[in-house]
Design a protein around this ligand. Structure first.
Ligand code: KG4
Ligand code: ZN
Length: 351
């Protein structure tokens, strides 16, 4: 079965083809991506209206590329999967609209996917895919969650951020340091040249006894420190970046270990954009090997948003029988959608 996946929830248009058999991990046949980073850079962040318009421009050419790369045609596609939420409403509408129009034109079923489930299952696209059950550390631009994952669609939230996400903490701190958008990778790059112990920054909720996170105080501490440095800031920027990264990574590593202890699990899966962070990977690798825990990551180029993870999540949901593709082409999108809640039950929806 061939599944076409379309992602357009934020500032990346991603399209991919995944092949799924009755059993075994589905296989990535091709994927193509267009990042809007350059376009949004001038504004210091994502401009939703520009994002939607760019998705419109990119989605069909990317679909053609993916079909060509895999030697397939649209008629070979069995299911069209798309990101239904959460994300920017206008951006989501582009991918959902195109996916449902393709499904209707080809008379093929469609399937709306939760963006975070895409991230969560993206390590199954790697050369070393995990096995269920595991603890997942989901660290994206908008979400920080620790989850117990017992199988496809069987997710229990163990803890989450009560304010800013880890990615947001990277992005906001980077902005304060004048590092532009997207701040995470820029701050991480600068941090390589700095001393992580140079400044003492807060690690909120580290000893709270819960698995929740709080990162909003960090940007204030970074701002206070930057102001204190005054003219010296430029010379000490790498040290401040390294100390900021160390504070975020410290909390993520310690809480992940607590989640593993609490659940008794010996497998950790990291997913989402911050999962690309080198320091986080190094610290987790060391900590996990000390505790005899196997740790899995998505391939570096599939940590941030992409179509492959959407096609993969659809393939795994269908294979596990937790959902069937449908011919309901009257799509709606879910800009705010809690993973695990029923998207069609408006009681649980905030959108
Ligand atoms: O998962 P993602 O692509 O988008 C969301 O679904 O939100 O994550 C994007 C986030 C951004 O906050 C970005 O700054 C961060 O991931 N990020 C990084 C790195 N690469 C991306 N943060 C730290 N270090 C990195 N190398
Ligand atoms: Zn994402």
């Amino acid at each position: 079965m061939l599944i076409l996946g379309i992602e357009s929830s934020c500032d990346e248009t991603g399209v991919a083809l995944v092949e799924s058999k009755a059993a075994g991990v589905p296989l990535l046949r091709a994927h193509a991506l267009h990042s809007q980073i350059e376009m949004h850079q001038a504004y210091g962040g994502v401009v939703p209206e520009l994002a939607s318009r760019d998705h419109i421009r990119r989605v069909l050419p990317l679909t053609r590329t993916v079909l060509e790369q895999s030697g397939s045609t649209l008629q070979d596609v069995d299911v069209v999967a798309y990101t239904r939420g959460p994300g920017l409403a206008g951006a989501l509408l582009v991918g959902s609209g195109v996916a449902c129009a393709l499904g209707a034109a080809l008379n093929k079923p469609v399937l709306g996917i939760h963006h975070l489930e895409g991230h969560l299952l993206s390590p199954f696209l790697s050369a070393d895919p995990p096995q269920f059950p595991f603890v997942a550390l989901l660290v994206s631009g908008g979400h920080t969650q620790l989850m117990q994952v017992d199988g496809v669609g069987r997710y229990t939230i163990l803890g989450e951020s009560i304010d800013d996400a880890a990615g947001e903490a990277f992005d906001k701190s980077a902005k304060l340091l004048g590092l532009g958008y997207p701040g995470g990778p820029a701050l991480a790059r600068l941090a390589e040249q700095g001393d992580p112990a140079a400044f003492k920054l807060p690690r909120p909720l580290l000893h709270s006894g819960t698995l929740d996170f709080s990162f909003s105080g960090l940007k204030t501490a970074v701002l206070t420190q930057a102001k204190k440095l005054g003219d010296e800031l430029d010379a000490r920027k790498a040290d401040l970046a390294a100390s900021t990264q160390a504070a975020i990574v410290d909390v993520l590593v310690k809480k992940s270990l607590s989640a593993l202890t609490q659940t008794g699990m010996k497998r950790l899966v990291v997913a989402g954009g911050v999962g690309a962070n080198r320091s986080l990977r190094e610290r987790l690798n060391t900590a996990c090997s000390q505790h005899q825990v196997r740790v899995h990551y998505p391939e570096l180029d599939l940590c941030t948003d992409n179509g492959a993870m959407i096609a993969m999540a659809a393939a795994m949901r269908l294979q596990a029988g937790v959902e069937h593709a449908n011919r309901d082409y009257a799509f709606d999108v879910k800009p705010r959608w809690l993973l695990g809640s029923d998207p069609n039950n408006h009681q649980t929806m905030l959108s």
